[in-house]
Design a protein around this ligand. Structure first.
Ligand code: MN
Length: 191
């Protein structure tokens, strides 16, 4: 299977000022493209040559896992944003968030604390188990909740490459701003 760079449904400049055009161009056009290229090279001649991304993430380790994980993570990340995003989820997802954290605001606070507290590079995820029960998971490096048998719904990238040009060391400020561009319809569709 030949992996390709995920297409953006918005212009590189349209998520500003939450994420600048320059950050999108580096993050999507350079960092993610490198993971895609590496993955395509690494799977050649292995048992993963014709596997889909989710299978590779669940079954691989080492360099293949790192690159496949980062391709999957960024595919979910870049497709969950919209210039018209923000607000709150509705329907089943909103109910499940209220069940788990009491209020949407409490969930946001816990999510930000998890992302800010993650040491080094990684991701913070909202994930669902097979019964629809939600949790927040912290994953280092290329980690994804899939490897724990969970479904990833929303992921914030806390690698410095995702925010350093715009926010320098202020990861907490960046995470707080990201809520303004989350497309909850997309997140709900993953639930
Ligand atoms: Mn990234």
């Amino acid at each position: 299977m030949k992996f390709e760079l995920v297409k953006l449904s918005y212009g590189a400049d349209e998520l500003a000022p939450v994420i600048s055009k320059q950050t999108i161009e580096f993050h999507h056009g350079k960092h993610l493209q490198t993971y895609v290229n590496n993955l395509n090279n690494l799977v050649q001649g292995t048992k993963f040559e014709n596997a889909n991304l989710e299978t590779i993430v669940k079954e691989s380790d080492g360099a293949i896992f790192n690159n496949a994980g980062q391709v999957l993570n960024h595919n979910l990340y870049f497709t969950q944003f919209s210039p018209k995003g923000g607000g709150q989820p509705s329907g089943k997802l909103a109910e499940a968030i209220n069940l788990a954290w009491g209020t949407f605001e409490n969930f946001q606070k816990e999510f930000e604390i998890s992302g800010t507290g993650l040491f080094g590079s990684g991701w913070v995820w909202l994930a669902s188990d097979k019964d629809g029960k939600l949790s927040i998971t912290k994953e280092v490096n290329a980690g994804n909740p899939l490897t724990k048998g969970l479904t990833p719904l929303l992921g914030f990238d806390v690698w410095e490459h995702s925010y350093y040009l715009d926010y320098q060391n202020r990861r907490a400020d960046h995470l707080k701003e990201l809520w303004k561009i989350v497309d909850w319809k997309v997140v709900e569709s993953r639930y």
